[in-house]
Design a protein around this ligand. Structure first.
Ligand code: FAD
Ligand code: NAD
Length: 331
């Protein structure tokens, strides 16, 4: 059975790995240079820094087994740094029993490790999905044609999935247009500040609670194993702030992030470098998980991704694994 998996985030990797292990002929596609998606860490002059997913938890037994395998391979490790919270102007330690995991040396490391065994086309944006007599054919932005495949898994965010599904409808000249809500995933600005001198603060992660005007999360990157040793702090801006500052300049974000961090940790800081990244499709809208979407909109075409189950790494992995099981059940 020939299967194409479009999108090499954690959902696509989980789906492709399960199909590959069961003996299917799988081809993995991504528009980026490597696997990772929203788990991609940036390589900077100070080493890897995590701009997207910060850590993951594992509650489902199947995902716990997968995490244990990654730990054995040395591509995932526990993140043991202390958790704090900032609420109504107060920063306080907020210890808990939750096990948190990170990729080593980068968040995308477990994905890269799993993708090694799977034939893949990176730097390859798929722009057209067409039904042919023996299955589905894919066309890339560069005009390369792939397939036919008996099954195509779209493990990509909803806006991109809708575009591909509708490219197929156009090719059939029928009215089977699929509409997925464009607002399903909200944006998130991320800013990392590299400091001139250490603050000596113990916090690893800070959950920013309540009605903070701009932030949702802060982490000290050098509290994570395998990351840069220079003291640096990552700030995630809230969906509301990010949506209303989509075109903000790096200078503005650096100044705002510096003011926020200084206020929260309660001391002045001196920043030597700021690196910003805008995620247009970051976080799932709270209500979206309740939508009754089919994961199989056309025969042989499947939808996977965090947005099908709720925006967490574990949910994305489970979504991809679930689609693989459904395809294998048809064998
Ligand atoms: P993605 O990772 O988005 O993968 C989709 C892939 O499809 C991408 O690689 C993209 O390049 C590719 N693609 C899209 N269109 C095409 C096309 N036409 N052709 C080819 N390729 C295409 N989760 C947690 O559990 N813990 C956290 O701390 C956490 N923090 C987060 C912080 C931020 C800022 C963000 C953005 C997310 C965070 N998440 C967190 C959520 C987590 O990152 C996601 O739930 C998960 O990574 C989504 O995986 P996915 O495979 O569904 O999608
Ligand atoms: P988790 O169990 O550590 O956290 C879930 C939520 O519980 C947190 O958001 C926080 O509100 C609360 N919480 C957990 N531990 C806490 C503590 N010690 N003190 C105070 N509050 C605490 O992890 P999870 O369920 O795997 O969730 C993944 C994380 O990914 C969440 O924090 C979520 O906000 C984040 N995320 C962020 C984005 C984004 O775009 N910024 C997108 C998707 C997910």
């Amino acid at each position: 059975m020939k299967v194409a998996v479009i999108g090499a985030g954690i959902a696509g990797i989980s789906c492709a790995s399960a199909l590959h292990a069961a003996g299917c002929s799988v081809m993995l596609f991504d528009k980026a240079r490597g696997p990772g998606g929203r788990m991609t860490s940036k390589r900077t002059g100070h080493g890897y820094m995590d701009f997207g997913a910060q850590y993951f938890t594992a509650r489902h037994p199947k995902f716990q087994q997968q995490v244990a395998r990654w730990q054995q391979q040395g591509v995932v490790s526990r993140w043991l740094a202390p958790m704090y919270q900032y609420n109504q102007g107060q920063l306080s330690a907020s210890p808990d029993e939750q096990q948190r995991f990170i990729g080593i040396p980068a968040m995308h490391s477990p994905l890269k490790w799993q993708a090694q065994a799977i034939p893949s086309e990176m730097d390859c944006r798929i722009t057209l999905l067409q039904q042919v007599s023996s299955g589905w054919q894919l066309t890339s932005e560069q005009g390369q044609v792939f397939g036919p495949f008996q099954h195509v898994v779209l493990s990509i965010p909803p806006v991109q999935a809708a575009a591909l599904l509708n490219s197929h409808s156009a090719s059939l000249a029928t009215d089977t247009t699929i509409s997925l809500p464009e607002t399903l995933l909200q944006p998130c600005w991320a800013a990392t500040l590299v400091l001139a001198a250490p603050t000596g603060h113990a916090a690893g992660g800070i959950f920013v609670k309540g009605e903070h005007r701009s932030l949702s999360w802060i982490s000290r990157q050098n509290s994570k194993p395998g990351r840069a040793q220079v003291e640096s702090w990552l700030l995630h801006f809230s969906p509301h702030f990010s949506a209303s500052h989509l075109q903000a300049s790096t200078e503005f974000l650096q100044q705002h992030a510096t003011d926020c961090l200084s206020e929260i940790i309660g001391k002045p800081i001196s920043v030597t470098e700021a690196i910003c990244h805008r995620w247009l499709y970051a976080q799932i809208d709270a209500g979206a998980a309740e939508m009754n979407l089919s994961d199989n909109p056309h025969e042989g075409v499947w939808l996977a991704g965090d947005w099908m189950r709720g925006g967490r790494v574990e949910n994305a992995w489970l979504s991809g694994d679930d689609i693989a099981s459904k395809i294998l059940a048809l064998k």
